[in-house]
Write a protein that binds this ligand. Structure first.
Ligand code: CA
Length: 226
């Protein structure tokens, strides 16, 4: 995995490089907005750590420009400020996550791992999938059955993507909580069961005798794709 750090403060940059390299990541870095932009566009990286206050071009503008050019690489914003409006602007510009300085390196590594995991899942999900009579379009997040729209919530789409990316391997309830709920809430494993029940109502012909979202006793659930 190759990471790009765009950060002008030397001590912070050194700390980030050291921490990430110690975890086995390959790291390249840039010291201002324009050179960061250049690296982001020309180097093949799996994730960008992006400081907000940068000389030349700030992190928000840089991120917005990347997205504008169709770059979908995950971006983790780093900022010294922590006001609500900064958070909104950070996610508005197309960043995937947001970390307020000072943060612990342990927290940073957890966020990096989560984003990389999410990204590899995104890459393992096909554009479309047919489950019985249900046509799923993962790119548009649109589901139809006999040309009628079937509504799935964002969380239900995330669960489906996780199941599809697993290629018929079972996903444990804990793994669902880790990867779909992340640090947004503290649900219990029972929550997963409730969501699976809702998924089945939308996917299965008979939710009480599921053909696609199957229970794997003692583990969790898997998606049978025919
Ligand atoms: Ca800075």
């Amino acid at each position: 995995m190759r990471l790009l750090i765009i950060e002008d403060e030397l001590p912070m940059r050194i700390a980030l490089v050291k921490t990430l390299e110690a975890e086995g990541y390959r790291v390249i870095s840039a010291v201002d907005g324009p050179s960061g932009m250049e690296s982001a566009l020309t180097e093949k990286v799996d994730l960008i750590l992006l400081d907000v206050m940068l000389p030349g071009l700030d992190g928000y503008a840089l991120c917005r420009e990347l997205r504008h050019r169709g770059q979908e690489v995950p971006v983790l914003m780093l900022t010294a400020r922590g006001q609500v409006q900064d958070r909104v602007e950070g996610l508005d510009c197309g960043a995937d996550d947001y970390l307020v300085k000072p943060f612990s390196m342990k927290e940073l590594l957890a966020r990096v791992r989560a984003l990389l995991r999410r990204q590899s899942r995104v890459q393992a999900v096909p554009d479309t999938l047919l489950l019985g009579g249900l046509h799923l379009d993962f790119r548009k997040q649109e589901a139809t059955r006999e040309e009628e729209l079937v509504e799935f919530t964002t969380r239900e789409w995330d669960m489906l993507k996780l199941l599809v990316a697993a290629k018929e391997e079972p996903i444990s309830r804990e793994q669902f909580l880790d990867e779909v709920w992340e640090y947004n809430a503290w649900p219990t494993t029972r929550t997963v069961d409730n969501f699976v029940a809702k998924l089945r109502v939308k996917i299965e012909e008979n939710p009480n005798a599921p053909e696609f979202v199957l229970t794997v006793r003692g583990i969790g659930y898997k998606l049978k794709v025919r």
